[in-house]
Every structure is written in C-alpha cells, then in structure tokens.
Ligand binder design. Structure first.
Ligand SMILES: O=P(O)(O)O[C@H]1O[C@H](CO)[C@@H](O)[C@H]1O
Ligand SMILES: O=c1cc[nH]c(=O)[nH]1
Length: 236
C-alpha cells in the first residue's frame, strides 16, 4: 500500500488510465474492463484493474488539480512500477472551432501552476509535453475509429473559476485549444521518472459560448475518448 493508494504490490497494471473523477474510473472499469477488481477505495479515489482485449489495464481516479494528480502519478510510477499513463479528462474549450463533446489530445501543456517554477528555481519555463509514441498511436487509433481528434496545446490551470478570462482569449490567440487542471503535472512527473504520459480530453464546457454538459454526462458518456485511450494504452 502506498500512502494514497490501497493496492498491494502487483495489483496495478503497468498501464493506467487516469480520469480526474473517481466515478468515471468506476464507469470505465464496469463498462470496458473484463474481470475488473477494485484495488483501492482510499479517500474514495477508486482504482480498478481488469483486462481490455486480453491486456491488463488499471484505471485510477486522480482528483481535481495538479497537487492531487501529482500524488497519484508519483505513487503509481514510483511505488507500483507504472510505465504508461493516459489521462482521460474533461476540459473547457478555448478555441471557437471546438464544440461540446469534441475529443482533444494535448501535445503540450502550458500552466499557471507554480509547481514547475519551484522545481526549476524560477529560472526555466519547462515545457511539459506528451510522449510522442503514445500521441502518434492515439492519432492512428482515432483515425481508425473515424473520430476527429484535435491535437494541440492546452492550458493546465490551478483554478476552475478564473478571474482572468482575458488570459484565456490571449491563449486562444496563441493556438491553445482548451483548459483543464492536471496535464502539466502529469507530463512533468512522467518525464522525471522515465514513464510515458498522454492526456486525452472531451470538451465538457465551451468557455466563450457558456455551454456545459451535466455532471452525469461528465461521469458516464465520454466513450469516444475512453475507447481511444484504451486502444492506445494496450498497443503501447
Ligand atoms: O474531468 P476531470 O478528469 O476531473 O478533468 C477536469 O474536470 C475537473 C474540473 O471540473 C478538473 O479535474 C479538470 O481537469
Ligand atoms: O478545467 C476544466 C475542466 C472542464 N471544464 C472547464 O471549463 N475547465
């Protein structure tokens, strides 16, 4: 058992899907994994291991925000030997061209978090990026499935409710597609400990248009993203 994950050694697969929402983890395990077994209920941040197309896969909730997601990514990699992590999250669209339920893969993640400034003594603006092999595979899988998946940079924000919507407009001018709250930390921790990471998102909100999906939809209906992530993680 690690501090925040109640699994015994060997109970977590070396490839993991990471939704922020622990109930999305449960939904994925119940709907996509065979012989899924819950290995952790610590803090109700559920984790499950089962098989997908014959390959062992785990699904671990990571909570909201980079401090929480960092704990799970760190423990999965360093205490359970996880090598491949694909975040499956929701996001707010910044790009006008995106619509609710569109799927986005994050090639890189800008952030307003202070975590990496602390890591690099404020001297380097580190650029957290996706693993190229995972991203390439996800693009292939999306094409095979006939899903239009936008690939581009995103923002990992500390705050869900921002006081600076003007900055979102500026980021959109620079090609940033969407905002979520974990990817920069996930990419950084994976790089630091020689693991591979990718973030795939579904647009749950459109920031400019004020459109939003429901909590139930965020938990249970983002199947295209989950299927792309599962096909990618087993091929990795
Ligand atoms: O749907 P999840 O994976 O939790 O991701 C997004 O949703 C949460 C905010 O509602 C944040 O965690 C954000 O990154
Ligand atoms: O971080 C997030 C996630 C979903 N929707 C948003 O607007 N922001």
């Amino acid at each position: 058992m690690s501090t925040h994950i109640g699994a015994k050694p060997g109970e977590i697969a070396d490839r993991v899907l990471m939704p922020g929402d622990p109930l999305r983890a449960k939904w994925i395990a119940e709907n996509y994994l065979e012989d899924a077994k819950c290995y952790s209920t610590v803090r109700n941040m559920f984790g499950f291991t089962g098989t997908y197309q014959g390959t062992r896969v785990s699904v671990q909730g990571s909570g909201m925000g980079m401090p929480s997601a960092s704990i799970y990514a760190h423990e999965l990699i360093n205490e359970y030997g996880v090598k491949t992590l694909i975040r499956v999250g929701s996001c707010g669209a910044l790009a006008e061209s995106l619509n609710l339920r569109d799927v986005v893969a994050a090639i890189g993640s800008s952030t307003d978090s202070n975590m990496n400034r602390m890591r690099f003594d404020g001297l380097i603006d580190y650029a957290p990026v996706a693993d190229f092999g995972l991203l390439r595979k996800a693009v292939e899988v999306a094409e095979q499935r006939g899903v239009t998946m936008r690939v581009g940079p995103i923002l990992a924000a500390d705050a869900f409710y921002t006081d600076r919507p003007d900055l979102y407009d500026t980021l959109a001018d620079y090609g940033v597609l969407a905002v979520e709250m974990e990817s920069a930390a996930l990419y950084t921790i994976a790089a630091r400990y020689q693991a591979r990471a990718l973030t795939i998102l579904t647009v749950s909100d459109h920031i400019k248009r004020g459109e939003a999906t429901t909590a139930q939809e965020r938990e249970q209906t983002f199947s295209q993203m989950v299927e792309i992530a599962l096909d990618t993680v087993v091929a990795a």
